[in-house]
Ligand binder design. Structure first.
Ligand code: MRU
Length: 359
């Protein structure tokens, strides 16, 4: 995707002993990059959400582990670092998927080869993520083309949170088909849920869509049901942090309510994901650990003042407590279909296994 007209990924190697990311906590007001040189800095970036989005934190975790292996390639150190990085965010499975893949490879190799292998494997994970997201884009594009053939005119697509290139290595999951449809001239407009409490929609999705020239409108999270009921939404598409074997979907808090409204109004509700987001070990979404985040995210807001400085202010009654589950689970029955790198399928175990029989 493009920043200031220049193609860039969301993560890049800096030599062989550091890697770069965008500091997403500074967007959309400032485009700031960070150079990560230690596994501890990688863990901090994930935990503090300087970097975020399920597929991207998988790649950041992999590079973070690769940095650790340069210092100490022993079995104990690798095991310790995998655990340290894995616990930074509990819900998105891509982080563990990437770390376990790295560990599985490294522990079977001689110690003197581990550093180079770890770096190459982290790069492979990043490259594969970009390729999977591009394929998701092509497969989702078929759905958008079909909808456009049937309906004609401008399509209105609703999305929640940020499942664009900032949440992945490139392209995005939910946004990849939107970028491709826009690029081939299908007229479309995106309703962007602001996505309280961290506002990934208003801050990040709107930033991305704007940079790519895609027409969009930011809406309060509570407005989507109203637009769906009025016939203003042709399709919803979201990303996901973990899909269980039965097709249940964990995604940013508020996704479930959108899926309910979509079902009630006959609006197709798609979930776009790379196969690294499928957790075959869990048979139901009820077993997904849901991250409880700081109450401050609910009680405070950060924004730019007219003078240009960025300020955090309290928005709630002083002293009131807040709860802040970061994700919810949308039952498979509310999902019209999955868009994956291998094609689209029903949101069922059978559907997933038809695309990934060897899993
Ligand atoms: O808490 P975040 O911002 O890391 O949330 C993850 C997400 O970006 C979303 O839930 C997204 O829809 C899935 S990741 C493509």
């Amino acid at each position: 995707m493009k920043i200031n007209g220049k193609h860039t990924r969301s993560i890049w190697a800096v030599g062989e002993d550091a890697f770069g990311i965008f500091d997403q906590t500074r967007l959309p007001h400032e485009v700031v990059t960070l150079t990560i040189r230690t596994p501890e800095d990688a863990a901090h970036a994930i935990k503090s959400m300087q970097t975020r989005g399920a597929p991207l934190i998988g790649a950041v975790g992999a590079y973070g582990l690769a940095l650790a292996v340069r210092n100490d390639p022993s079995d104990d150190a690798i095991q310790h670092m995998v655990e340290m990085l894995a616990e930074t965010r509990p819900t998105a499975i891509n982080l563990k998927w990437a770390l376990w893949r790295m560990r599985g490879l490294l522990l079977n190799q001689p110690r003197d080869k581990r550093a180079a292998l770890a770096w190459a494997e982290a790069a492979a994970i990043a490259d594969e993520d970009a390729a999977m997201c591009e394929a998701i884009g092509r497969n989702g594009l078929e759905i958008i083309r079909d909808l456009h053939r049937k309906k004609g005119g401008k399509l209105n697509i609703l999305t929640h949170c940020n499942a664009g290139w900032l949440a992945t290595v490139d392209w995005g999951t939910a946004l990849a088909p939107i970028y491709m449809a826009h690029d081939e001239g299908i007229p479309l407009h995106v309703f962007v849920d602001e996505t309280r409490p961290r506002n990934q929609g208003a801050s990040l999705t709107a930033f991305e869509l704007g940079a790519h020239g895609v027409a969009h409108t930011i809406i309060a999270d509570n407005a989507g049901g109203h637009y769906m009921m009025n016939g203003d939404v042709d399709m919803c598409v979201v990303g996901t942090d973990r899909v269980t074997a039965n097709g249940d979907v964990a995604n940013k808090i508020g996704t479930y309510l959108k899926a309910l409204a979509a079902k009630d109004n006959g609006v197709p509700f798609y979930v776009a994901l790379p196969s690294s987001t499928i957790d075959w070990t869990l048979s139901s979404g009820r077993d997904i650990p849901i991250e409880e985040r700081s109450a401050d995210e609910v009680l405070k807001m950060t924004g730019r003042t007219p003078s240009g400085s960025v300020l955090t202010v309290e928005i709630a009654a002083p002293g009131s407590p807040a709860a802040n589950p970061g994700f919810d689970v949308t039952p498979a029955r509310l999902v019209t279909g999955f868009i994956t790198e291998r094609g689209t399928c029903a949101a069922t175990e059978q559907g997933l296994r038809s695309l990934f029989p060897a899993a």
